[in-house]
Design a protein around this ligand. Structure first.
Ligand code: CP
Length: 306
């Protein structure tokens, strides 16, 4: 069965069968990444443009690598060196790119809803690589892939998302995806960083991090987004680290073998201590590796729909 939608704008409303299909397809591509020659001809002749209006290390390189591993032609668009700096609108930019016969567009933008907008003004398949504080679907898919790879399932697992939930596109996509896949999802953080509507999404709220560690199988630790004025939501970075930072001391006290994820980039000593970030419970770099396979799966499934 093909995917229901020809775009990946978010995980809201994406059926379980489609998430399952993406995660299962990614297993095959993950094997390709371990081969001496990490390339398949699957998307030969297709052209993908990576339209990044916001900074990125992982997502941008991961998509570019995924496109190259699938033998697609890959174009990188950088705002600072494009005609956006001369005042060109997003609509005109995308129409000009489309006129060059592009098949798929991967877009990151600080404005929520940008990927949705692009579906209205161009005919390429649109993939959301993070839109403002809205969604980051491929991050949630790679998180789910990595949890399933490590623990063997998603259904029935207890997953807690820790930190600035209110301003996190990673949190929202994880909540939609994990709930659809049958996980029990909770959030933990300062009350100023937990949105008021969160319980309407079927998510429990825990305000004490030691309780969150005790009650869950997985912690997905969010970056404190200092560039998005996160400091205004708690008295000081040191206080945040004291109350919500994940440290070895906390993990040892719990006596639990909990799995730790982080989407990156990490703030060492703030939301996660260095000993945890480099320790035995975390799978942070495994997430990054798996991200290439998951993005290959998304590109393949959308690119072969046309
Ligand atoms: N996790 C994530 O989206 O990282 P980048 O901002 O580096 O792409």
């Amino acid at each position: 069965m093909p995917l229901l939608s020809r775009h990946l704008l978010g995980l809201y409303g994406v059926p379980k069968e489609d998430i399952q299909l993406i995660l299962d397809t990614a297993i095959t591509f993950r094997e390709v990444l371990d081969r001496p020659i990490k390339k398949v001809p699957t998307l030969q002749g297709k052209t993908v443009v990576n339209l990044f209006y916001e900074n990125s290390t992982r997502t941008r390189i991961s998509f570019e690598l995924a496109e190259k591993r699938l033998s697609a032609d890959s174009i990188n668009f950088s705002v600072s060196t494009s005609s956006v700096s001369k005042g060109e609108t997003l609509k005109d930019t995308i129409r000009n790119i489309e006129a060059m016969k592009v098949d798929m567009v991967v877009v990151r933008h600080s404005a929520a809803g940008t990927p949705q907008f692009l579906t209205k003004v161009c005919s390429a398949n649109i993939i959301n690589a993070g839109d403002g504080i809205h969604e980051h679907p491929t991050q949630a898919l790679l998180d789910m892939y990595s949890i399933r790879e490590k623990l063997g399932k998603l259904e029935g697992l207890k997953v807690c998302i820790v930190g600035d939930v209110a301003h996190s596109r990673v949190a929202l996509s994880n909540i939609y995806g994990l709930k659809t896949m049958g996980a029990k999802v909770s959030v933990c953080g300062p009350s100023t960083m937990i949105p008021k509507y969160i319980e309407d999404l079927g998510v429990d709220v825990i305000y004490n991090i030691d309780e969150a560690i005790q009650e869950n199988d997985v912690l997905n630790v969010l970056r404190i987004q200092l560039e998005r004025k996160a400091r205004e939501y708690f008295p000081s970075v040191r206080e945040y680290a004291n109350y919500f930072g994940i440290t070895n001391e906390r993990l040892e006290k719990s006596g639990k073998d909990i799995l730790i994820l982080h989407p990156g980039p990490i703030n060492r000593g703030v939301e996660i201590s260095s000993d945890v970030a480099d320790g035995m419970n975390q799978i942070i770099l495994r997430q990054v590796t798996n991200g290439v396979a998951v993005r290959m799966a998304v590109l393949y499934l959308l690119g072969t729909l046309n």
